[in-house]
Write a protein that binds this ligand. Structure first.
Ligand SMILES: Nc1ncnc2c1ncn2[C@@H]1O[C@H](COP(=O)(O)OP(=O)(O)OP(=O)(O)O)[C@@H](O)[C@H]1O
Ligand code: SF4
Ligand SMILES: [Mg+2]
Length: 379
């Protein structure tokens, strides 16, 4: 069964047309034939400099990251602080040129694009950041903030833009009669993030990259904004790269999940497999660090935090970058860098793990005790 997708993305259109796409069950949406985004071997490095601007070292922020994203899908990207999530987002939208690698979006290579080409591409690829106020001009009214992308990218008349702004505000759950004339300073964090989302979808992009977009919101508002993202995905047929620190945050919204560790993908796979049967020791450790409730016994299971600090990206360990914290490490782990290898049965979304000794489904890390599977999956 093929998902029916409306590609009516002409930015000049005055109406938001709901896509006739099917309801989007987690990890279950059938894939379209062509990927929307293909990231291949992306490498990003930063020089550190001492007194007088002398180079003192190299931060290996991204080291060979590859994945594909299909239209209408959400890839959750998680990892500890400094693992390279924001660097990945910046390299994809080309705010910074990566050192090497390739970013193909809608079949076009983005690396090396002219400013004009990038500007046109950005109409189809928008970012939503952690701090909504940072992306909203404090002096402008909400209506102007949302209308601004339409000015640059469409030939819509002022009246058409106003109508569209009102539709967009309704779409994100804000009453246009109240919010059009407000300024960002008069909004709560959740309201400001809704305005930022309305602005991001104003040109009906194919992809939205959310970098910690709900992290600064209250828990209740986080749930509301997550629901909004999901509704918008179904209504506008959006794809998301949804970046967050932890696996619990992206569970509700992701078809697939990528786990980043020190600039590399440790594991990427269908969300239901990642949560129920992670294959990389680091993913298992991240899941073990989420507090859970055993729904059969009612017993609260204490989280087991991952011991030790992440190694420095200035001097990553040889071989596997997780080896200094991995309870399964053996000699080969220090000598040979594990490359992502398929561990799925090849029938669904890819499930790749970069580990010489991937866990068997259901296998736990040593000295940690079993976690109740049903509850773990619900965490
Ligand atoms: N402009 C820069 N110059 C030097 N180092 C940088 C620069 N930007 C990022 N880094 C380094 O690159 C690494 C990856 O940073 P990045 O911001 O991508 O991590 P992150 O996963 O987004 O972290 P967080 O969860 O804290 O947002 C870090 O070690 C960071 O210090
Ligand atoms: S390659 Fe070795 S050190 Fe790295 S995660 Fe696998 S077992 Fe652990
Ligand atoms: Mg970040």
């Amino acid at each position: 069964m093929t998902k029916t997708v409306s590609h009516t993305r002409s930015p000049g259109m005055g109406q938001i047309q709901p896509s006739p796409g099917e309801a989007h069950g987690q990890g279950k949406a059938p894939r379209e034939a062509e990927p929307l985004l293909v990231v291949t071997d992306l490498v990003q490095e930063y020089a550190t400099r001492g007194a007088g601007g002398v180079k003192t070292g190299t931060v290996h922020a991204l080291s060979g990251v590859s994945f594909e994203l299909f239209p209408g899908e959400t890839l959750g990207i998680v990892g500890e602080t400094g693992s390279g999530k924001s660097t990945l987002a910046r390299a994809i939208i080309q705010v910074e040129q990566p050192v090497s690698g390739s970013v193909e979006f809608q079949g076009k290579q983005m690396i090396g694009m002219s400013k004009k080409q990038l500007r046109a591409t950005h109409a189809e690829m928008q970012m939503v950041y952690q701090d909504p106020f940072g992306s909203l001009n404090p002096r402008w009214k909400v209506a102007d903030v949302i209308a601004e992308p339409m000015l640059g990218h469409t030939t819509m008349s002022q009246r058409e833009r106003q109508e569209r702004v009102e539709q967009l505000l309704e779409l994100v759950g804000l009453d246009p009669a109240i919010y059009c004339q407000r300024r960002p300073i008069e909004l709560s964090g959740g309201q400001a993030q809704r305005v930022a989302i309305a602005r991001a979808v104003a040109l009906k992009p194919a992809l939205i990259i959310c970098d910690e977009a709900i992290s600064s919101l209250d828990v209740l508002i986080q749930a509301q904004v997550l629901n909004l993202f999901e509704e918008l995905r179904q209504e506008l047929d959006l794809a998301y790269l949804f970046i967050a620190h932890d696996l619990a945050t992206v569970k509700q919204i992701s078809d697939s999940v990528a786990v980043m560790h020190l600039g590399q993908l440790a594991e990427i796979g269908p969300a239901e497999e990642i949560y129920a049967a992670p294959r990389h020791p680091y993913t298992r450790a991240l899941l073990d660090s989420i507090p859970i409730l055993d729904i059969e016994t009612g017993e609260a299971k204490r989280p087991v935090p991952l011991k030790g600090d992440p190694p420095s990206p200035l001097d990553p360990p040889s071989g596997c970058r997780f080896r200094t914290r991995c309870p399964l490490a053996q000699d080969i782990c220090a000598e040979v860098e594990p490359r992502p290898a398929e561990v799925g049965d090849g029938t669904g979304r890819p499930h790749k793990v970069a580990c010489h000794f991937p866990l068997e489904p259901g296998q736990m890390l040593p000295d940690r005790g079993a976690r109740p599977q049903a509850a773990a999956a619900a965490a």
